[in-house]
Design a protein around this ligand. Structure first.
Ligand code: OAD
Length: 249
């Protein structure tokens, strides 16, 4: 017995064969990367339509580049935190473990997770907005002219912006795995941005037990089987410590 999690949650995690996870900016908050919404979120002071949309990029590519370079700088200087590491350890213990993330920071990979589905792309890669080619070694210095591809198109960060479609294969795989999951965890996401926010709901409709970990309640919280209030870097190690001894690898 413990007073943090229900016995059902422990039992479900201990006996599950297929685990699905959706993560959002909150799992990287304890690494020092700001989230988007909420009191200190980036979208309190900045406008998503100017910085994270095709229209914004076309109007002012230099501003968008400056913003992404600022975020890349933060990401390159931070490390994965306990939450990322616990998910990487969990992956080793279940026959099927899929991790869909809305984060573009690559920290799940750096923590050792293998089966990561990056729904919103990756901030560390670049591609041409016109011909779609991926381009290594792009140089942009604060204030310089935004880089261009051989084809003449503007080079952009390899992320998904508002109004754009998500990478088809990644999205399809995320939905398939959500539908097959015995247990689905929604961690550190405000569950407001679609289609990612559909994943836990879809998993639930297909019979999965849903656990949410977040210091604050979200639009998903009333629907989940267990809402665990708290930071992922604090909740996950305690939960996994209780569950891991019962998981048959
Ligand atoms: P949000 O900023 O919307 O939500 C972050 C969530 O993390 C909030 O619900 C916080 O309460 C929670 N949180 C904060 N600290 C936490 C911690 N230590 N542990 C666990 N949870 C914590 O971020 P996302 O839901 O990821 O898209 O946002 C989804 C998308 O909207 C992003 O991928 C981005 C954004 O605009 C694009 O840029 C296209």
């Amino acid at each position: 017995m413990n007073n943090l999690f229900s016995d059902t949650t422990i039992k479900k995690l201990a006996t599950a064969k297929r685990i699905g996870v959706l993560t959002g900016a909150g799992i990287s908050a304890e690494s020092g990367i700001p989230t988007f919404r909420g009191q200190d979120g980036l979208w309190q002071q900045l406008k998503p339509e100017e910085l994270a949309s095709v229209d914004g990029f076309m109007k002012n590519p230099r501003l968008v580049w400056q913003w992404y370079e600022y975020r890349r700088e933060i990401i390159q200087h931070v490390k994965p935190n306990t939450g990322h590491f616990i998910l990487a350890d969990m992956e080793k213990c279940y026959p099927v473990f899929s991790l869909s993330t809305q984060n573009v920071d690559g920290l799940h990979f750096r923590a050792g997770s293998k089966n990561v589905l990056e729904l919103h792309g990756n901030i560390l890669v670049n591609r041409c907005h016109t011909c779609n080619k991926y381009i290594a070694d792009v140089h942009f210095q604060n204030g310089s002219t935004p880089p261009r591809c051989d084809c003449g198109g503007l080079i952009r960060p390899g992320v998904v912006w508002f109004g754009e479609t998500l990478p088809e294969e990644v999205l399809e795989r995320s939905f398939t795995l959500a539908c097959e999951a015995d247990v689905y965890l929604s961690i550190g996401t405000s569950a407001q941005v679609y289609p990612a926010a559909m994943l836990p709901r879809e998993a639930q409709q297909h019979g999965a037990y849903i656990i949410e970990i977040n210091p604050e309640r979200t639009p998903l919280s009333t629907a989940v089987d267990e809402f665990i209030p708290g930071k992922s870097g604090e909740v996950l190690p305690v939960l996994w410590n209780l569950v891991k001894p019962f998981v048959k690898v």
